[in-house]
Design a protein around this ligand. Structure first.
Ligand code: ADP
Ligand code: MG
Length: 416
C-alpha cells in the first residue's frame, strides 16, 4: 500500500523533494456503541488496516489530492485561499476539511498557548507554512463505508501528516479532536469522538477503554488466549444510516434534557449526560420520556455504557465468556432498543452465536450495514467462517468478507 501511495504521488505530482510517509488505521469498537455522543464509555482498538499516504509541503498556496481508491487515482488541485464554503460530498472534503480544521485550531489558540508555540514554533509561522499547501497521495487496505472508520482514518492521517510536515506539535488527543471537527464541520457528519480518538491513540495489542466525557483512557491488554477478533463485512450499507444517525443523536439529546429537568424537579443533582446515569437511576426516571421509541434509545445508551464497564472488568480478569456475552447482549440492544441493525447484520450475528467456540458477536460501528465483530476460538475459526458465509450467501446471495483484527498502534510516520 505504501508503494502504491508512493507511485501515485510520483505520477500525480512528480518527484517532489521532501516526500514523507504516514499511516492512520481504521478501528473496531468492541463494546459501548452510540455511547460516545452521550458522554459514555467505548472500547475501540486501532486495526492494522488503514490508509497510507505520501505527503510533501508546497509553498504556492495550493493543495494537490489523489486517492488510489477513488476516481481511478485522479489528482485534484485546490487553492488554499479559495476553498469553497461547502466542500461537497466527495472524498476530498475529508482531506480539505482536515486542513481547514487544523488551520482553525491554530487561529483559535491564543498566541503562546499552543504546544506549537511552547515548542519554539510560533503559531504565525505554522499558519503561514500551512497556507503554503501540500500534496497528498493515498492508498488504503481498509474497506470504506464498512463501519471501520475509513473517514476518521483519512482525517487523522491528514492532520498527523500536516503536523509532521509543518512542525506543529499537537498531542494525540488534540489530533483526534481536530480530526473530529473536520468531520463534524466540514464533512457535515455529526460523529462522536471515538473513531478519531482510536485512530490517533491506538496501542498495539490493547483496547482503549475510553471515557468520552473526559477523554481519559485506560489501555487494556487484549490477552485473548486461544481466541481472536474476527470482523465480518456484510458488504451492505443502507442509505438509511446517514439520516437515522443524526435522528438518534437528537433523540438522545432530548431524552437527556428531559431527565435533567425531571431530576431538577425532584431536587436532585441533575445528570449532564445519559451515560452518567446507572441503569437503576435511568429506570427510576425514564417515565419522564413519554415517547416509547426515544425511551428505548436512551435505555440502550445507558445499558451499553454499563456493558462497556463490565466488559473492561471481564477483560482484565481474562473472562472471555463474560466478555462475549456482553458483546452479544449489545447486539440485541442495538437491534431492539436502538434500532440500528438490519436483516443482514442480524443474520451474521445470530448465525455466529450458534457456532460452538464463538464467545460473542455483534454490530460494530454505526449500524445499518458494515461489519460485525466476533470473538472466536482459533480452533473454531474455519467452522465459524463456513457457517456464517454459507448462511449469509443462502439468505442474501452475498459473499461476506472476513478480516482478523490485529489491535495495532495509532497514526504514525513511516520511515522507508
Ligand atoms: P466509514 O468511515 O465507516 O468507512 P464513511 O461513509 O464515514 O464510512 O466514510 C467513507 C468515506 O471516506 C468515503 O466515501 C470517502 O469519501 C472517504 N474515504 C475513505 N477511505 C478513503 C480513501 N482510501 N481514499 C479517499 N477517500 C476515502
Ligand atoms: Mg465514517
Amino acid at each position: 500500500m505504501l508503494e502504491k501511495a508512493r507511485q501515485l504521488f510520483m505520477n500525480s505530482f512528480g518527484c517532489a523533494e521532501g516526500v514523507r510517509y504516514f499511516f492512520a488505521p481504521g478501528r473496531v469498537n468492541l463494546l459501548g456503541e452510540h455511547t460516545d455522543y452521550n458522554g459514555g464509555r467505548v472500547m475501540p482498538c486501532a486495526l492494522d488496516l488503514g490508509i497510507y499516504g505520501a505527503f510533501a509541503p508546497r509553498t504556492d498556496g495550493t493543495i494537490g489530492l489523489a486517492s488510489a481508491d477513488f476516481e481511478s487515482g485522479k489528482a485534484f488541485r485546490f487553492r488554499t485561499a479559495e476553498l469553497p464554503e461547502d466542500l461537497g460530498g466527495t472524498w476530498t472534503a475529508y482531506a480539505l476539511g482536515s486542513w481547514l480544521s487544523l488551520r482553525d485550531r491554530l487561529q483559535d489558540e491564543p498566541e503562546g498557548q499552543t504546544e506549537a508555540a511552547r515548542n519554539g514554533r510560533r503559531v504565525e509561522a505554522a499558519l503561514s507554512a500551512l497556507s503554503g499547501g501540500f500534496d497528498m497521495a493515498i492508498a488504503s487496505d481498509l474497506p470504506t463505508g464498512a463501519g471501520l472508520s475509513s473517514s476518521a482514518a483519512l482525517e487523522v492521517l491528514t492532520v498527523t501528516a500536516l503536523c509532521g510536515l509543518f512542525g506543529i506539535e499537537l498531542s494525540k488527543k488534540d489530533i483526534a479532536l481536530t480530526s473530529q471537527r473536520a468531520e463534524n464541520v466540514y464533512a457535515k457528519v455529526p460523529c462522536g469522538i471515538m473513531d478519531q480518538f482510536a485512530s490517533a491513540n491506538g496501542i498495539r495489542d490493547h483496547a482503549l477503554y475510553l471515557d468520552t466525557s473526559s477523554l481519559e483512557f485506560e489501555a487494556i491488554p487484549l490477552e485473548l488466549g486461544d481466541a481472536e477478533i474476527v470482523l465480518t463485512d456484510s458488504r451492505v450499507k443502507h442509505s438509511l444510516g446517514s439520516s437515522e444517525y443524526p435522528k438518534r443523536r437528537r433523540e438522545c439529546e432530548e431524552s437527556a434534557a428531559l431527565i435533567k429537568r425531571e431530576m431538577e424537579r425532584l431536587g436532585e443533582k441533575p445528570a449532564e449526560t445519559l451515560c452518567s446515569l446507572s441503569s437503576t437511576e435511568f429506570d427510576r426516571l425514564s417515565c419522564c420520556i413519554k415517547d416509547p421509541g426515544a425511551r428505548r434509545r436512551a435505555r440502550h445508551a445507558v445499558r451499553d455504557n454499563e456493558r462497556c464497564r463490565l466488559g473492561a472488568e471481564a477483560l482484565k480478569r481474562g473472562d472471555l465468556k463474560a466478555f462475549g456475552e456482553l458483546i452479544s447482549a449489545s447486539h440485541v440492544s442495538l437491534r431492539d432498543d436502538f434500532e440500528v441493525s438490519c436483516p443482514e447484520l442480524d443474520l451474521l450475528a445470530e448465525t455466529a452465536w450458534n457456532v460452538p467456540g464463538v464467545y460473542g458477536s455483534r454490530i460494530t460501528g454505526g449500524g445499518f450495514g458494515g461489519c460485525t465483530v466476533s470473538i472466536v476460538k482459533k480452533s473454531s475459526e474455519e467452522l465459524f467462517k463456513s457457517k456464517v458465509s454459507g448462511a449469509y450467501r443462502d439468505a442474501f446471495g452475498i459473499d461476506c468478507v472476513f478480516y482478523t483484527a490485529l489491535p495495532s498502534d495509532g497514526a504514525r510516520e513511516l520511515f522507508i
